[in-house]
Ligand binder design. Sequence first.
Ligand SMILES: *Cc1c(COP(=O)(O)O)cnc(C)c1O
Length: 394
Amino acid sequence: MEETIQLADKYMFPTYKRVPITLVRGEGCRVWDESGKEYLDFVGGIAVCALGHSSPLVAHALAEQSRTLVHVSNLYYTKPQIELAKLLVENSFAGRAFFCNSGAEANEAAIKLARRYSKEKFGPGRYTIISMLNSFHGRTMGTLSATGQSKIQVGYEPFLEGFRFVPFNDTAALKGALDDSVCAVLMEPIQGEGGVVCPSPGYLKEVKTLCEERGLLLIFDEVQSGMGRTGRLFAHEHYGVTPHIMTLAKALGNGLPIGAMLAVEELSNVFGPGSHATTFGGTPLVTAVSAAVVKSLLQDGWLDNCREMGKYFLGRLKDLQRKHACIREVRGLGLIIGMEIDRPGAPAVDSCLAKGFIINCVQDNVLRFVPPLIVGKREIDLLVEALDGVLGVS
Ligand SMILES: *Cc1c(COP(=O)(O)O)cnc(C)c1O
């Protein structure tokens, strides 16, 4: 274990503040490190491994497709890609799909689509995209420019022009930021990296109404909140509001790199041949796995499990809140849950790790739980018991 860490310190850019364990194997909600120690995983690759680690369904799709066709250029049609597009379109508001390799790339596609649409429809000068303070949209120069967190922007100036930020859950501020240069609003329906912040009642509807009144596109970044995380396929379904564009990634491939941008049919002709592309986007290998993942989410009862376990988990954490004064708030929807405490969360994360539980912390003091959607009561009980001990002494 030491050796792996030393080699990483020698050969890798130190871009991650890593937990000092080397994980070698996973199964369901469990992972094991090099020394054989077992952990219950409530991070799940940060909301990626929705069907758990080493899912037999994923392994099967991966093996089958790897023996059939791994990659050809997007200059040709392939069956798994079209099957996945059909699945996503038929189970959403959207009319069209574009595939890429990550959440950031999906948001890049959304930004490009919004600007191009607006230019075609209204002429030049209408390119500003409003996004939210404390948002997270990715690390490329474009998506970093759209991300409302200055701490991850340090040193990368100048940013892409045409982004403006307003506080989340503040319709008046949004209204005040609108002018003739604005073409779209880009937001996470539930902020993930921002600390698991849910929209206030009515907020998303108000945003959509503002967008409709002014011909703006509403872009939902569901990279973290989508693919069943909240107990519905997409988080916006809970709020009765559909966007014009939606971006997906994380759990879409259960660990294989894939991103998607979906949009309403009205936008289908804004991108034409040559207007946007990527070499690896939507390869047969990755889309075959993703199609299997989406079908399983829809057919195997995982959304029901997510809703039920989410409710149970939230309730158990609220019980803890009554017991521990250091817990300020417990919030979330389905299995994206945050627990805000009145002190830095890092020591609690470390203590949980020592007890065999993987959790993480966002915004310094929000413990975040985004376990596989297949998690059960037993695992939740074990974590809650561990947290009870950890918060009692810290
Ligand atoms: C993780 C995340 C991204 C970035 O995805 P990458 O695959 O890391 O590029 C974008 N938006 C949200 C909401 C995310 O949680």
